[in-house]
Write a protein that binds this ligand. Sequence first.
Ligand SMILES: NC(=O)NC(NC(N)=O)C(=O)[O-]
Ligand SMILES: [Zn+2]
Ligand SMILES: [Zn+2]
Length: 418
Amino acid sequence: MESIAQLKQLLANQVEWLSHYGADSDGGVTRLLYTPAWLKAQQALAERMREAGLDTYYDDAGNLYGRLEGTEHPEEVVLTGSHIDTVRSGGKYDGAAGILAGLACLRRLYAQFGRPKRTLEIVSLCEEEGSRFPITFWGSGNMTGRWSMSRIPDVADAEGVSLGQAMADAGFGPGTHRPCRRYDLVSFIELHIEQGMVLERLELPIGIVQGIVGQVRLTFEVCGETNHAGTTRMAWRKDAVAGTAEMTLALEREARSAGDPYVATVGKMVVAPNVSNVIAGNVLFTVDLRHPDALSLEAFARRIVERFYSIAAERSLQLSHRQWMHADPVPMNEELVHRLEQTCKSLQVSYHEIHSGAGHDAQLLSAVCPSAMLFVPSRAGISHSPDEYTDAQDLAVATRVLADTLYQLAYVGGQRQA
Ligand SMILES: NC(=O)NC(NC(N)=O)C(=O)[O-]
Ligand SMILES: [Zn+2]
Ligand SMILES: [Zn+2]
């Protein structure tokens, strides 16, 4: 493999290159699923994969793969990769880091050692974030059976375009490419930015993820009464914004008093009619709840929902809600974690055992194959922001660890992983 200095330069250049697809004027990146920016990025990546000697293909959902077919066990696939969709006004590293690192690994491994014994693939997954449509993990979910092309969820984006239509417009959908579901994966390793401050504070270049937090997302609709801001006495109002504010603060109080590691967020509100001299009659807002323990998370979600309904009743507001996302907390595969630790030790790279408070595709893939993750530090812990930044040196070191681990899994031996 090239030196760390060369790898650092390569990765820094590639991060800039990929960030041009969907670049915002403020330095951020917006690549929403099936939009032209997203599609062009997938096509450009496919080109780079082919230049590296990989065979490329898409599945029906739009996941892009680059493949090095195994010489001895082609039916056993060692997979790496991450996602290229971003949140609105996101950064250059979330998702992209794992794809560019993975591509650098496969390029070098192929150039140096030729074809592996087991098949080695990289995947650029679609819609991890749930930014355009109210569904998350659409790409990895289709691979693992969580989602299916035969039951495309009836959801639409903010402009009213349905998921099925957007998918078809981008050239994907049932029967357009290869089937999504994978039964041949033997390991998945995802490199990702930490999106937190733990590694930076410890001044360590690598986190080996032990487990991923569980999460629940819900949308609430508060219905009050639209009325005149000047002539409606305070006692007569059914103010949907005031009710939403009370619910939001109640949520914050509940999470704080429950203590770490509970986190709860109202990240989106849509107010109608959203006019300065009109009492709002309607608010839609989302709630994102997370905890590493499944039962605690479930109980917390129930408590919050009950609390919101009682606030609505006290204010004579109508309330309805829908839970549209649930991801179980999952541990990472012990054997792969151990292997990553051994690789770090043999390369004399210091690491930290870390838990992920963010959701990841590895969470879904761990249901179908041993899965693990490597984290690289995020400057000031900032992510989902144009200010997201990861030092190319750290990225290069982690890429080296990833490459060595993929080498062991795909080139050495040929026995199935436990
Ligand atoms: N790594 C992420 O930013 N993931 C995000 N997206 C999902 N789907 O969990 C999140 O909100 O944590
Ligand atoms: Zn993200
Ligand atoms: Zn991500």
